[in-house]
Design a protein around this ligand. Structure first.
Ligand code: CMX
Length: 151
């Protein structure tokens, strides 16, 4: 297997699975499902007008790390990406998000590999993080988000 460093892949910039995003029609009902099933709680909730979503980041009550959380995404309006997803595919996994500590270097690398990113420049996502998305057609059929949390 080739050494990633010899390929100049910024592997050290991708640190963990940040979250899996699930499209839901009703945020409160989805939060309640995870509470009653697993005892998970809502650690962070916000509305992102630009993305057309109200979202909740849920995880274990005694949170030791924010790695690998679940993000519940409910549409803000009918034009929302999440509304379209719900209409076409129904509720379910909409995206998976990888955390990076250098979204600019990672984006440059991905583009050099011919991977399409949805935005020319990162936009603002959860908690002020800088985010972008790989086109699902260039990522094995998965909508992959990349996020660089606020310092
Ligand atoms: N996962 C996997 N594949 C997907 C997908 C998803 N979530 N959404 C669309 N696709 C596929 C479609 O199935 C379609 O494939 P086929 O041509 O084989 O049918 C292809 O991608 C193009 O789909 P489309 O219907 O033409 O395009 P959409 O209008 O659905 O837009 C996308 C798709 C990815 C560009 C759009 O969802 C987008 O801009 N997403 C990024 C923003 C976002 O998801 N925001 C909400 C979350 C905000 C946050 O996390 O903070």
């Amino acid at each position: 297997m080739p050494n990633p460093q010899s390929l100049n892949i910024p592997h050290e910039y991708v640190v963990c699975l940040d979250h899996v995003g699930i499209a839901v029609p009703n945020l409160e009902e989805a939060i309640e499902f995870y509470r009653s099933a697993f005892g998970w709680v809502n650690h962070h909730q916000e509305t992102n007008e630009e993305q057309g979503v109200t979202e909740a980041m849920i995880g274990p009550k005694d949170l030791k790390s924010t790695d690998g959380m679940i993000q519940l995404l409910a549409p803000l309006n009918e034009e929302s990406t999440i509304a379209k997803f719900l209409e076409k595919k129904g509720a379910g996994i909409q995206q998976m998000c990888l955390r990076t500590n250098d979204i600019d270097a990672l984006s440059e690398h991905l583009r050099s590999q011919g991977v399409r990113l949805l935005y020319p420049e990162p936009k603002i996502g959860t908690g002020g993080a800088r985010i972008n998305f790989l086109h699902p057609k260039d990522a094995g059929g998965v909508l992959l988000e990349i996020t660089q949390p606020q310092a």
